[in-house]
Design a protein around this ligand. Sequence first.
Ligand code: 13P
Length: 240
Amino acid sequence: MKKIFAANWKLFKSPTETRNFFKSFKEVSAKATGDLVFFPSAISLEAASETVKGSNIAFGAQNCYVQVQGAFTGENSAQIVKELGGQYILIGHSERRQLFGETDALIADKVALTQSLGLIPMLCIGETLQEREATHTFRVLETQLLLGLAKADKAKPIVIAYEPVWAIGTGKVATPEQVAETHTDVHNILTKMGFTAPILYGGSVKPDNAGTLIKQPHVSGFLVGGASLEVDSFIKIASV
Ligand code: 13P
């Protein structure tokens, strides 16, 4: 399966910073050994769209609403992302689930809408430390997949990003053994459900651990936060 290296910029980088990043990144992007996907903040999407035009760099939004237009103050439209040339929507990131109260039911609607527009949903799943310590990881991930993909079209592309919540922004990366075991579980759950999808790992991925993690079974790439904000560190990760 082709590798995917995705960058989640969260609430970082203005339009000017976005343009400057891509001007430098385009000079090295040919080194990537898989597809490149960036998720800038919504206000910087147009800057991204203009600067990556004609390159091997894809982009998308970090979130969208379940309607494409209407009286929904403050929300983002997947239709507008598409008009800008975006190809992906990140859905159900743990920060959306934890800080903004997103439920699996809402996430399922976002996945369905994204696919219906011809965009690719990148669905994030992951357990908390408490859930892992209570040995509930498998059950949590299975539930998130069953509910989050309840309205998904198996015939259309979808990407899964496994991001253990305890490894996000903490510097505590999952061990290669934990990644191997959990990605195999996720792969098996997806297969049982009838889905074929690349499974990315996310959570404190850095240039010095990416080489080992990419070799683990059913790891098709990464979803990178902090280390994706610098050209050097992200291209090192994307060229493993
Ligand atoms: P970090 O790479 O900063 O841990 O963030 C991971 C993440 O949340 C990507 O979506």
